[in-house]
Design a binder for this molecule. Structure first.
Ligand code: BGC
Length: 464
């Protein structure tokens, strides 16, 4: 009888964690859907509002600027109001801003809608992984955070397909309305989420935390161990903005920002936003199909990366991915540059181009895609983790916004080829950053990393 009860409560706890993780991961899906929206709809938006090249860049740029703003406030919001309420807020903002954007008829007001959706994306990009890491049992924490990155890539892929299926309508409004489905699902289901036990303890409500833990953990022992661990952590957490002045924090925050800069300036989002343009410029008759393949390779490679990142380690995979993506950028740049005079690409050149574009996506998705987020979640000492992740997430969105806003302008002014050479140069600088300053954080606890950092070790040795 007792065994029956404990096995049914175990199944119950597993179910709740799974359901809760799924709802939080929906935020990742929405993130992917929203950023990829522009790829496939831009031409319709340009037509309706009669946009110049610089204005076209704003369609992606405003969303990303909104995301940087959302990320900036998300740390404070989620500390003050709790993770659950902020997830609900993000879902509300997703739904409301999409409805608003669909109803707009001038470009300026349309951009306000994009900015508002961006705020939702920025908030979700901070709170959902935070919530997942606090709800997940510690054994599956890494996998659940990685699952969030996977959901982003699935969102991007799903949007590419949805855009392809709906492009015959010629209506960017219908193509945007699709996003209402996951937004509303997230909105309704996030009301059923439990609050994060960690946040509840942070607010001193121990009984409530124990009752949440009893729903999401299997037995009394697990509940007590986790409860005491969180309490201890929370007590040690002096935090605050004072930390900004400490030498070790400055070191890791600069590293985090540089890594995010590397992730964006190697050019992944030139593909995520403008692959249709890139393939159309190269004379592909069906750029939509190539774009869908780009999305698929991105998803499949992320699955591979999740499998290997804890086994092989961060740095070897970073070198491997950087090598592939830098070389691919050079080849793509070379092919475009050799047709600067406006001549058409032969079909074998088109195949070569597509192959190296896909290799580029593979190189990114296996390395910089997931690993930069993982490393940025690992290098900060506990008392500054929230702040560190907020600042690095915001940095990611700021650099992302620059790429979103300026890629079309660069394509137009210096050419697609030169732009890819620039991405390759960022990849080369990346080798120096990884070699000289990035630690290997495989097989080491976060507490050990923290001790090494505070003992004054060089950054690249804090994981040894
Ligand atoms: C990046 C995003 C990018 C996505 C592509 C993420 O790691 O931060 O900017 O769009 O990967 O899969």
């Amino acid at each position: 009888m007792e065994q029956n009860i404990s096995s049914s409560s175990r199944t119950n706890a597993n179910h709740i964690v799974l359901r809760v993780s799924f709802i939080a991961a929906l935020a990742g899906l929405l993130f992917g859907l929203d950023v990829a929206y522009v790829n496939g709809t831009l031409d319709f938006i340009v037509q309706e509002f009669n946009l110049s090249i610089a204005d076209s860049g704003k369609v992606a740029g405003y969303l990303l600027a909104g995301a940087a703003t959302g990320a900036l406030f998300s740390g404070w919001l989620s500390r003050k109001f709790g993770r659950k309420k902020v997830l609900i807020l993000a879902a509300l903002a997703f739904t409301g801003s999409i409805l608003f954007t669909i109803s707009t008829h001038t470009f300026d007001i349309f951009l306000i809608g994009r900015f508002a959706t961006g705020i939702a994306v920025g908030i979700a990009s901070f709170v959902a992984p935070l919530y997942l890491s606090e709800i997940a049992p510690f054994k599956s924490r890494g996998a659940l955070i990685a699952m969030y990155q996977l959901m982003i890539t699935i969102g991007i892929f799903a949007m590419f397909i949805s855009n392809a299926l709906l492009s015959h309508t010629g209506s960017w409004r219908i193509m945007l309305a699709v996003l209402l489905i996951p937004s509303i699902v997230m909105l309704l289901s996030s009301f059923t989420l439990p609050e994060s036990p960690r946040w509840v303890i942070l607010k001193g409500n121990h009984d409530h935390a124990l009752s949440i833990l009893s729903r999401i953990r299997h037995n009394k022992e697990e509940i007590e161990v986790e409860f005491n661990d969180i309490k201890k952590n929370v007590q040690n957490k002096t935090g605050g903005l004072k930390i900004l002045t400490s030498g070790y924090f400055k070191k890791v925050i600069i590293l985090g920002i540089m890594l995010q800069c590397l992730q964006q300036f190697t050019g992944i989002n030139a593909f995520m936003y403008y692959s249709q343009k890139i393939f159309a410029t190269a004379g592909f008759t069906n750029p939509t199909v190539s774009t869908i393949i780009v999305g698929l390779v991105n998803v499949l490679t992320t699955i591979v990366a999740i499998k290997f990142v804890d086994k092989i380690g961060r740095k070897p995979i970073l070198y491997f991915g950087l090598t592939i993506l830098t070389l691919s950028c050079m080849v793509v740049g070379y092919i475009f540059n050799s047709h600067m005079n406006g001549s058409m690409l032969s079909s074998s050149e088109q195949y070569t181009l597509l192959t190296f574009c896909l290799l580029f996506i593979f190189g990114f998705a296996v390395s910089l895609g997931p690993i930069i987020w993982i490393v940025c979640a690992e290098i900060f000492p506990l008392e500054s983790r929230d702040l560190g992740i907020t600042i690095t997430t915001m940095a990611n969105w700021v650099f992302n916004a620059i790429i979103g806003q300026y890629t079309l302008i660069w394509f137009n002014s210096m050419g697609v080829g030169q732009t890819f050479y620039m991405f390759a140069l960022a990849g080369l600088i990346g080798f120096i950053l990884v070699n000289l300053f990035t630690p290997e954080t495989k097989n080491i606890t976060l507490e050990e990393i923290e001790t090494n950092l505070k003992a004054g070790r060089a950054l690249r040795h804090i994981g040894n």
